[in-house]
Design a protein around this ligand. Sequence first.
Ligand code: NAD
Ligand code: DAU
Length: 340
Amino acid sequence: MKGQDITVLVTGGAGFIGSNFVLYLLKNYPQFHVINLDKLTYAGNLDNLKSIENHPNYTFIKGDICDEKLVGEIVAGGVDYLINFAAESHVDRSITDPGIFVRTNVLGTQVLLEAAKKYGVKKYIQISTDEVYGSLDKEGYFTETSPLAPNSPYSASKASADLFVRAYYKTFGLNVNITRCSNNYGPYQFPEKLIPLMISNALEGKELPVYGDGLYVRDWLYVEDHCRAIDAVMQRGKPGEIYNIGGGNEKTNLEIVRLILQELNKPESLIRFVKDRPGHDRRYAIDSSKIQRELNWRPYYDFTDGLKLTIRWYLEHVDWWYKIKSGEYQEYYQKMYQDR
Ligand code: NAD
Ligand code: DAU
C-alpha cells in the first residue's frame, strides 16, 4: 500500500484491540488518514489513544455504528478501508443482556456494510472471532471451513454478522474479508476479561474468580500479532476470504492464573473457584495455516514473553486500570461475582 491518499475508517478504535490497531497503523503508516468512529461505551477509552490524539492524520468521531446517517456521511467523505472492530465483546455480559449484542454486532455491521457498498469502499474487513465455531473437545482445530456453531448470545451475534458480510460479498460483490481470531491479551485490555482481571485483582490482593474447574482451554495471541495479521489481510487478503488467526498457545485458565500469581509473587490461596459460566465453551484452538501460507503472517510473541510484557504493562499503568475499576465497574463486578 502506498499510503498518501489512503483513508482507513476504524470502528471501535477506542476499545482494546481497536486502539492497539489505531496506534499500530499510525506508527507503521503515518501517512494514512485514520478515522476512528467509536460510541465510547463502558469499554471505549480515549486514554488509550492519548499519544496520538493530536496526530495530523488522525480524526476521532464519537458515534454509533448503528447510526445510518452518521455512518453514511463519514463513508461518503471517502473511505478506502473500513475495518470493523466495534462490538459488544464480553460473553458474560451477553448472558445477562443479549439485546444490545444483536443491535451493535448484527445491525451495526449491516449499517456499515450498506454504507461501504453505497459509497464504494475498496475493502471491508470484519473483525470476527473463533467463538463463532463453538467448542472443541480435547482433539482438533477450527479451520475456516468448520461449521458455525455459536453457543453464547455474543458468539451468535458475531456469527450472524459474519453471514451478512458474506451476503454482501456474494450478492453485491463488495470486497470483504472476515478474520476470526483467538483470545487476545496485551496492553489496554478492559479488566473484565480473564488476564487483566486476574492481574489487577492479584495486585489489589483480591480473590481470583476461576469459573468451574478452571480447565477450560483458550488459544492466546498477543494483541500486536493480531494487528500485524489484520495488516496482512488489508494488504494481501483475497476478496471474499475468511482468515483464522491464532497463536498456537493453548492454555487452561488455571495455568494462566497460576503463571500470573507466580510472576507477581502472590499466593495461590487467592484463587477462588466460582460457579461456572452457562454454556461455557470447553476449548478453542485455531488452525491458522491458511493466513500463514497465503499471506505470510506468523505470530511473533511466545506466550511466556507476551504474558510477562503484559504483566509489566499493567504494573506500570496502575492509574489506567484503577480509574476504570473505581468507576461504574464496581457495580458490574458486584452483579457478576457477588453471589457466584
Ligand atoms: P472492546 O470491548 O475492548 O472494544 C469494543 C469497542 O467498540 C469499544 O471502544 C466500544 O466503545 C466500541 N463500541 C461498542 N459498541 C459500539 C457502537 N454501537 N458503535 C461504535 N462503537 C461501539 O473489544 P475488543 O476486545 O477490543 O474486541 C474488538 C473486536 O475484536 C470485537 O469485534 C470482538 O468481537 C473481536 N475479537 C476480540 C477478541 C478478544 O480476545 N478480545 C478476539 C477475537 C475477536
Ligand atoms: O476467543 C475469542 C474471544 O475471546 C473474543 O471473541 C471475546 O470478545 C473475548 O472476550 C474472549 O472470550 P472468552 O470468553 O474466551 O474470554 P474471557 O476473558 O471472558 O474468558 C476467558 C476464559 O476465562 C473463559 O474460559 C472464562 C474464564 N474466566 C473468565 C473470567 C472473566 C474465568 O474463569 N473467570 C473470570 O472471571
